[in-house]
Write a protein that binds this ligand. Structure first.
Ligand code: CA
Ligand code: CA
Length: 147
């Protein structure tokens, strides 16, 4: 079975990390991308599992956003901690999901992820602007599950 990391070249991984770094320059919020090859239960539950496992609930302003995809299954879920979740509308998530689907239907996982990072970054920047004392609370590298 393919490893989750096999779905992204080194260059694509660097592009995705760079998009996170860029987005976080405008916000105190923290964005992470986590990839599994397959998801056994639904993508939302798996995203919640990763969110907690990665300690994303410990940001000071509760403004972490996790973009999870099961690369082989083209299933995905984007979840935000309650700080950001209470600020954005359902429309925000719905638009995000439909755009991501259109990238993934063209097999463009990297494009979909970068779109999602930028889209979430804009919302985070609006409600949690960057301040000069900002700490990079969570690493920007992609996370790959292995199972
Ligand atoms: Ca930060
Ligand atoms: Ca970060």
């Amino acid at each position: 079975m393919a490893h989750a990391a096999d779905y992204f070249s080194e260059e694509q991984q660097l592009m995705i990390k760079a998009a996170i770094v860029r987005a976080e320059r405008a916000t105190s919020g923290e964005i992470r991308v986590c990839i599994d090859a397959h998801v056994l239960d639904d993508a939302f539950n798996r995203a919640v599992f990763w969110f907690e496992k990665l300690g994303m609930q410990h940001t000071k302003e509760r403004n972490g956003v996790l973009i999870f995809i099961a690369a082989e299954d083209h299933k995905f879920s984007v979840i935000g901690d309650y700080g950001i979740h209470e600020k954005v509308t359902q429309q925000f998530w719905d638009n995000l999901v439909s755009e991501m689907k259109s990238f993934f239907s063209k097999n463009d996982l990297t494009g979909g992820l970068i779109y999602a990072i930028e889209h979430c970054g804009k919302a985070l920047a609006q409600y949690f602007p960057y301040n000069k004392d900002d700490v990079d609370e969570l690493p920007n590298e992609m996370i790959f599950g292995d199972r």
